[in-house]
Write a protein that binds this ligand. Structure first.
Ligand code: GAP
Length: 433
């Protein structure tokens, strides 16, 4: 298994991900996505949205505000329960998560710990010019609540029938005591979440359906190695305050087997609480049975940054090609940030460069994520593309000028074949599926 530091340094060197606020010494728990990281993340979001929203007719996409009133978090239980136990060292005053310190002494200076305290992880801010208790609001620690509070709006504007779901992709913020392990535990991250509303008696079957669907997403859309993924039934004492059942989907990260995604049965906890506190009517008259109830909720929750991390770790390969060591990322073409790179064999031969520019324009118009590179020798250009996971490189050489064929080189095998320029789009498209 690749070391996490190897992934961190590749990400920085090749323009995937940089430390947040780096030129000022960095801001712990924040990372900035560069061009390739942003493209990778965007590809994941598009795949997710297609699988869970646009390909279905029971799902409604929303994009709610990140800033939400404090009453939302009082009702959801987050102001009270969304906390981690923390210990402070008496001597050096450093803070640690109590559940991550195995010993009763400070790992930094050996000092004694104070009594455990609860530390609420929500980021506070003030909306408006005045800072007073009335203006206190929070950055959302989960995207979920933006969907619960819009439940009635969706019913009034779209009149869905049960079961149906709301889906959202967006930022969430948690003031983690110990942000660590690159993208794994950060203070600002993105979630892709679904709140799926069902009849109370039918939650088990929908829970199982989403469990299967999440496994399909992991295996088919992301193509993660199945041997590195496993499910874990979360025991009572570890579940979030709102959940009656949770399954974690864990992944073998370089830091160990850890949570990638969660699937929770949130009962009617959130809708009932918001209804009670805000006065909004979330009651449902069942069209089938005429019963009256508050819908129950199944919540598949996907961390986007953890998906990026899992994909990077899973794709990382080292091998030897033509007697040289090389590193490559074995991304599937659907997530690869660059789908193909186009090179003129030599950059000082105008007919080659002109032709390469033409082929580049043609592929870019068709596929979007295409790169042009004429810097350095061809071997170096291949290595650069291998390291960022580009599935194919297309080289325009002297033979191209004679017979309109180009060389297409496959990343994983290094195998090269000649393809007629007229067939190139079809050739690549059939391999991008
Ligand atoms: N709405 C449910 C919820 O937020 P969660 O298990 O707290 O549940 C869901 O978070 C997912 O969000 C996790 O499975 C993980 O992928 C991601 N996540 C949570 N905290 C994170 C953090 N500090 N940094 C990066 N990703 C995080």
């Amino acid at each position: 298994m690749v070391a996490l530091e190897t992934i961190v340094s590749l990400c920085k060197r090749r323009g995937f991900i940089f430390p947040g606020s780096e030129i000022y010494g960095g801001l712990s728990g924040t990372w900035d996505y560069g061009p390739l990281g942003a493209a990778l993340k965007d590809n994941i979001k598009r795949l997710w949205w297609r699988r869970f929203v646009t390909s279905r007719d029971d799902m409604f996409g929303v994009d709610a505000a990140i800033l939400m009133r404090r009453e939302v978090w009082q009702a959801s239980g987050h102001t009270q329960d969304f906390s981690d136990p923390m210990v402070e060292c008496r001597r050096c005053k450093r803070l640690f998560r109590a559940d991550q310190t195995e010993v009763s002494k400070c790992p930094e200076c050996g000092g004694q710990f104070e009594e455990k305290k609860q530390f609420n992880m929500m980021f506070k801010t003030h909306a408006g010019a005045e800072e007073n208790p009335e203006s206190l609001s929070y950055l959302r620690p989960e995207t979920a609540q933006g969907m619960f509070v819009n439940f009635k709006n969706i019913i009034d504007s779209f009149h869905p029938r049960l079961p149906f779901g709301l889906a959202q992709i967006g930022k969430a913020f948690r003031n983690e005591i110990a942000p660590r392990d690159f993208l794994f535990r950060t203070r600002e991250f993105e979630q892709m979440e679904i709140e799926y509303f069902v009849r109370p008696g039918e939650w088990r079957e929908h829970f199982e359906r989403f469990r299967a669907e999440m496994n399909e997403w992991i295996a088919r859309d992301l193509g993660l190695d199945g041997a590195k993924v496993c499910e874990r039934e979360v025991p009572d004492d570890e579940r979030a305050h709102y959940s009656r059942r949770t399954i974690d989907f864990e992944f073998d990260f370089p830091i160990g087997r850890k949570e990638l995604y969660g699937l929770a049965y949130r009962t009617d906890f959130d809708l009932a609480r918001h209804s009670e506190r805000s006065g909004a009517d979330f009651g449902w008259r069942d069209e089938k049975t005429d019963e009256f109830f508050i819908p129950h909720c199944i919540e598949p929750s996907f961390g986007l940054d953890r998906t990026v991390l899992a994909l990077l770790c899973d794709a990382y390969r080292e091998d030897e090609m033509a007697g040289e060591k090389r590193v490559y990322l074995k991304f599937s073409p659907t997530v690869a940030p660059i789908k193909a790179a186009v090179f003129p064999l030599l950059k000082n031969k105008p007919p080659l460069v002109e032709k390469a520019r033409h082929v580049y324009g043609m592929l870019k118009g068709e596929f979007g994520d295409i790169m042009f590179d004429d810097d350095g020798n061809i071997g170096k250009r291949y290595r650069r593309q291998d390291e960022v996971g580009t599935p194919f490189c297309v080289t325009i050489d002297f033979e191209t000028l004679d017979n309109d064929t180009v060389t297409v080189r496959a990343r994983d095998s290094g195998k090269q074949e000649r393809v007629l320029q007229a067939d190139l789009i079809g050739f690549l498209r059939s391999r991008f599926k």
